[in-house]
Design a protein around this ligand. Structure first.
Ligand SMILES: NC(=O)C1=CN([C@@H]2O[C@H](COP(=O)(O)OP(=O)(O)OC[C@H]3O[C@@H](n4cnc5c(N)ncnc54)[C@H](O)[C@@H]3O)[C@@H](O)[C@H]2O)C=CC1
Length: 196
């Protein structure tokens, strides 16, 4: 959190209107341009992260930038003007070609890497029978459905070092909200849902 704030100050040294240097306030909570009087506040980008389920399996995906063997839930930045529900539906459609039927908010997390994001985690379901995925290879390296047993086993054994060695798939570490979302699904697949 402190590092994220320091990085924000470092990247906002100048006013985007006047081009003049901005000044940090005493508390470090904002920067002001003495010339244009514009006040700059630290910002977070909202990101939706969604664990899609078809009732019995969940959908996990990986990007080529992920460590070898690691799979996670689908994530993506919200666009300007979008609601949370719209962002979830768009991201799921764009990344794997599925239509979200229902979604349920789970939790949120500040994520400082590489810049501040507000991760908004949701469970989503698709209609049974409409589960064929079309992986968008511009965004993902691979995606697939995983059974409850496979995911529960991966969670129990979650150790990147051994799992990379044996070539088995593994999940994000506990500090990531993706891990909590997957754990939640394993412990109690969501039943009370909101229309998307
Ligand atoms: N805490 C967790 O469990 C997880 C956190 N994340 C974080 O969520 C964020 C988004 O995930 P991905 O979409 O996979 O990331 P990504 O870093 O692959 O971004 C995808 C694309 O979004 C665009 N982008 C970058 N910053 C943006 C912004 N502020 N607003 C709008 N578009 C922007 C860029 O064109 C980028 O290529 C990343 O910061 C990632 O670190 C992702 C998965 C799990």
């Amino acid at each position: 959190m402190a590092q994220a704030l320091l990085r924000w100050h470092d990247a906002h040294q100048f006013c985007s209107r006047s081009g003049q240097p901005t000044k940090k306030n005493m508390a470090g909570s904002k920067r002001v341009c003495p010339s244009s009087k514009i006040i700059y506040y630290p910002q977070m980008a909202p990101v939706v992260i969604t664990l899609v389920s078809d009732g019995t399996r969940c959908l996990l995906a990986r990007q080529s930038s992920f460590p070898k063997g690691m799979y996670s839930a689908l994530a993506g930045f919200c666009d300007i003007g979008e609601s949370l529900e719209e962002a979830v539906r768009r991201e799921v459609a764009e990344e794997v070609g599925l239509e979200v039927e229902r979604l349920q908010y789970s939790a949120s997390q500040h994520w400082p890497f590489p810049n501040s994001s507000l991760m908004i985690a949701c469970h989503a379901t698709v209609q049974p029978g409409q589960t064929e995925i079309q992986v968008n290879l511009k965004e993902l390296e691979a995606a697939g459905w995983f059974s409850h047993d496979e995911v529960a086993t991966a969670l129990r054994k979650n150790n990147p070092y051994t799992q990379q060695q044996y070539g088995t798939f593994w999940l994000p570490p506990k500090l990531a909200i993706a891990h909590q979302l997957i754990k939640e699904w394993v412990e109690k697949p969501p039943c009370s849902t909101l229309p998307a």
